[in-house]
Design a protein around this ligand. Structure first.
Ligand code: KPL
Length: 317
């Protein structure tokens, strides 16, 4: 099937930092993008004010964008980029069930669990997954700052599926928008590696209230990250994902490249939102338990982050 690049209709679902980042970059390069937000307040503000995008070099531009709230359902599109949190995905399943067969869904979640959820409602050929190592910070409902360069990898969960014209057109559109995007034969190994990065970076930054880069400045946090890496590697290996020294180096690089970034978990804690810790460290603890591998460090981080958000430790009153 041949697909004209300029006819690609893209819907970005989620008005958080990553959703706003990709919506802004795609819209700025002339793609037909609609952003679907959870609140009608945010979609109204986006329609009225446009989306303010701050590039890595600090230059700002305001992009006009079409936005609508999820209560209106999902508009027609070729590609739906789901950039909602793992915890918000279950609410999206009913509208996703009704998508036409030619539509492609690209799930961009931290942690694990989304693949199993989507497989319950969509055929494998419609489901793609993305792993992003770019840093973004949402400054307000209508402002986003690009805080770190990285890569957007996309592909089916497991290898064995044919290359897809719609997905190729989406990658081309992203590249034209300046995004370092590429198609992979299987996302699963990258998802495990991103899980490891999030499990090391996110809870520590959320608990200590520091940007990602600060973790590298202190030898003790770096040592703790290393021990968390070894613990998680044993779990990954028991599930067929052998981690190497280069995987540790890659996590350090992500941390360095996003040094000014506030991790998504820290942003959630600050905004008193539910975090993805259960889909990240909780997933490692669960898979460790299944394989008989102890994960005491990840278990403690899981419990500390849950305590911090659930009972408000550290808050006044
Ligand atoms: O994915 C991220 C997150 O914050 O969730 C990293 C890569 C750690 C960037 O902050």
């Amino acid at each position: 099937m041949q697909l004209e690049k300029d006819t690609l209709q893209i819907v970005v679902v989620g008005g958080g930092s990553v959703g706003l980042l990709y919506a802004a970059r795609l819209a700025r390069s002339g793609q037909a993008v609609t952003i679907v937000t959870r609140s009608s307040l945010q979609s109204n503000q986006l329609m009225q004010n446009g989306l303010c995008y701050q590039q890595l070099d600090g230059e700002k531009s305001v992009v006009s964008i079409v936005a609508q709230p999820i209560e209106m359902g999902l508009p027609h599109a070729d590609v739906y980029l789901l950039s909602v949190k793992q915890t918000d995905l279950p609410d999206l399943l009913p509208p996703l069930k009704d998508l036409p067969a030619k539509a492609r869904v690209v799930a961009l979640q931290n942690g694990m669990g989304h693949q199993e959820l989507l497989a319950q409602i969509l055929p494998q050929r419609q489901c793609f997954f993305a792993i992003n190592t770019e840093g973004a910070r949402r400054l307000s409902a209508t402002e986003v700052m690009h805080t770190g360069s990285g890569l957007l990898r996309m592909g089916p969960w497991e290898s064995g599926m044919q290359a897809d014209a719609v997905m190729q057109a989406f990658v081309d559109a992203l590249q034209e928008a300046g995004v370092n995007a590429q198609l992979e034969a299987s996302i699963k190994p990258y998802a495990w590696r991103k899980l490891m990065a999030n499990a090391l970076i996110n809870p520590l930054t959320a608990l200590f209230d520091i940007p990602n880069g600060a973790l590298l400045e202190n030898p003790q946090t770096l040592q703790l990250m290393r021990e968390l890496f070894l613990e998680a590697s044993a779990v990954a290996s028991a599930h067929g994902q052998k981690m190497k020294e280069t995987d540790w180096q890659e996590i350090v690089t992500i941390c360095r490249n996003t040094s000014r970034n506030l991790s998504s978990m820290l942003q959630d804690v600050k905004r008193q939102k539910q975090t993805e810790v259960e889909a990240i460290n909780g997933y490692l603890v669960k898979r460790g338990r299944e394989a008989g591998i102890p994960t005491p460090l990840h278990d403690v981080l899981l419990r500390l982050v849950l305590l911090k958000t659930d009972v408000g430790i550290g808050k006044e009153g």
